[in-house]
Design a protein around this ligand. Structure first.
Ligand code: SF4
Length: 265
């Protein structure tokens, strides 16, 4: 690794008040090509791609195709590739894991319990993220502090303790939702059609719904759950660390092949 934790901490303080473009420029200069832009079809991701591409058109972008995405997200994926002349690197869940999980707990297991929802996110997303990040020294995300309580303390540059101490860069940490849309309009950046249908945060189709104007932006994610974090475990050590053992156990149980409603979890 190019920097140790103390150095990243010092750089983080230095860059905390700098604009997003400068943070991205620092990241590309220091890590490209072992550097990924994370893309999941959200407006923030489009800002990142546009900014990073203006600095270096050879940027590497990755996404996770959970198999349950909206059609509009696939459409945008193609639009991004055409507009920016890049090929998004797609990571897919292990077919056998999905097969075992669905056989045991059902195709829509996420509605049955919070634990099964986390399990599905783990099989379809979190494991793939670990696989993707194993290939790079740094990654860049569109996380913003105002999105959710679990994101209030993120820094623009930080060490990712959940993924092998690589560097995680959150250039939009201090941006508002308005800042994101101002940038998109100003630079004519393409965006997901779902936003025109009332969505304000985009995830898998069965787990995301449009929200009312007075609702929180992430209220449409796993909307049926009460008192659970609006996180899938990709950005939250609670799930990535603590849930690993439970997920392994559930996967082990899924491999025995018997169907189960999952209601006892
Ligand atoms: Fe599964 Fe829903 Fe998580 Fe997507 S968001 S991985 S469908 S639980």
């Amino acid at each position: 690794m190019k920097f140790d934790e103390l150095e990243i901490h010092e750089i983080s303080i230095e860059y905390e008040d700098k604009p997003a473009e400068e943070v991205i420029k620092w990241a590309i200069e220091n890590f490209h090509p072992k550097f990924y832009v994370a893309w999941s079809g959200q407006a923030e991701d489009m800002v990142l791609i546009d900014m990073a591409w203006r600095i270096n058109p050879d940027i590497r972008v990755f996404t996770i195709d959970t198999g349950r995405l909206h059609e509009e997200t696939y459409k945008l994926m193609e639009e991004v590739e055409n507009k920016y002349g890049i090929r998004i690197e797609i990571f897919f869940p292990e077919a056998k894991d999905v097969e075992d999980m669905v056989k045991k707990y059902g195709i829509n297991l996420f509605y049955k319990s919070i634990e099964l929802r986390h399990f599905c996110c783990h099989v379809r997303k979190v494991r793939l993220l670990a696989k993707a990040l194993n290939k790079v020294d740094a990654w860049i995300t569109g996380l913003r502090r105002e999105q959710w309580a679990s994101r209030h303390n993120i820094m623009k540059i930080e060490v990712d303790h959940d993924h092998g101490q690589i560097v995680k860069i959150n250039p939009l940490a201090d941006w508002t939702e308005k800042d994101v849309w101002d940038y998109i309009r100003k630079h004519k950046v393409p965006y997901n059609e779902l936003y025109r249908k009332g969505y304000r945060s985009i995830g898998c189709a069965p787990c995301t719904r449009p929200v009312a104007p007075f609702e929180d932006t992430r209220a449409g994610r796993w909307w049926w759950e009460k008192n659970a974090p609006k996180e899938c475990g990709m950005h939250c050590s609670l799930e990535t660390g603590g849930f690993e053992k439970i997920a392994d156990k559930l996967l082990e149980g899924a491999k025995d092949g018997n169907s189960d409603s999952g209601k006892n979890l």
